[in-house]
Ligand binder design. Structure first.
Ligand SMILES: [Fe+2]
Length: 281
């Protein structure tokens, strides 16, 4: 069995890029199973004090983009980034962390988990931490003001699945972790415009947990965005880390996962293709 994933990230409300991508997909008759959108869908300022009207407008912007992808493929899962607004991060008390396999789409996966194929789970965590260069904060995070705020959500999402409840995952289950920021100090989240002074734009706790034996057993993929200038792939142990670059600049990824009987985990990454659309200017 195979699963083909379209991964887009950092759209920043560039609807012309969404239309361009949809035309490319339609012209090539590409087979897709799911669309994963890893944040910065709208282009909101990082502001905790927006008016209700402003928040509503940016939420509408996000909705237009994610709805647009449902015409490509109805199974669209997304998470908010630091340029999406606070209400998109609100996981209500009554909102179950375990989403049914076929929820209403598009499905907001922030702080949630679901099953997207037999033995294949998706976990989502949006938002960003501040960026640091030479130990100094050079940009803010949103909605997380510091590492410890995000670390608390990292543990809330990952601990029950990987570290507390051993019944959550069967031995041959695989996990895709979709985050907005990548694991800190990975090649896909370091920003090396100045090679002597890279900017650390990822999350350190995420890196620590992905490297644990328990996560290594199941987590085949961590897909993310946020770091516009660090597209590409790297590995943390057996976990592939993928950042296709921003769709705002025409970048996206097509990945194929393949299920193999008798292996643990039963899913592996069969192919990774990064594409860039032609310039629109
Ligand atoms: Fe971002």
């Amino acid at each position: 069995m195979e699963l083909v994933i379209l991964h887009v990230t950092d759209i920043h409300n560039a609807l012309e890029r969404v239309e361009q991508l949809k035309s490319w997909l339609a012209s090539g008759n590409h087979k897709l199973d799911v669309v994963l959108i890893s944040g910065d869908i709208a282009n909101a300022p990082m502001d905790w004090n927006l008016t209700a009207e402003q928040e509503e407008q940016y939420q509408k912007d996000l909705q237009v983009v994610v709805d647009s992808f449902t015409s490509v493929k109805s199974r669209v899962y997304f998470i908010p980034g630091n340029h999406d607004v606070l209400p998109v991060f609100k996981v209500g008390e009554d909102s179950p962390p375990l989403v049914p396999s076929n929820p209403p789409f598009p499905c907001n996966m922030h702080m949630k988990r679901t099953t997207i194929a037999p033995n294949l789970h998706l976990l989502g965590l949006g938002g960003s931490v501040p960026g640091y260069q030479g130990g100094e904060m050079i940009w803010e995070g949103f909605p997380y003001r510091n590492y410890s705020e995000m670390d608390s959500d990292v543990h809330k999402l990952l601990d029950p699945v990987f570290f507390e409840d051993t019944s959550c995952l069967a031995a041959n289950d695989a996990v895709i972790l979709m985050t907005h920021v990548g694991p800190a100090e990975s090649d896909t989240s370091y920003i090396r415009e100045d090679p002597q002074k890279p900017i650390v734009s990822g999350n350190k706790e995420l890196m620590k947990l992905i490297a644990t034996e328990k996560m290594q057993r199941h987590c085949v993929l961590n897909i993310h965005g946020h770091s516009h200038f660090s597209p590409g792939q790297c590995v943390v142990g057996k976990t592939r880390i993928l950042n296709p670059g921003p769709l705002q600049d025409g970048c996206y990824g097509l990945y194929t996962l393949r299920q193999r009987a008798g292996h643990s985990p039963s899913w592996e990454v069969a192919s990774v293709c990064f594409h860039t659309l032609p310039s629109t200017s």
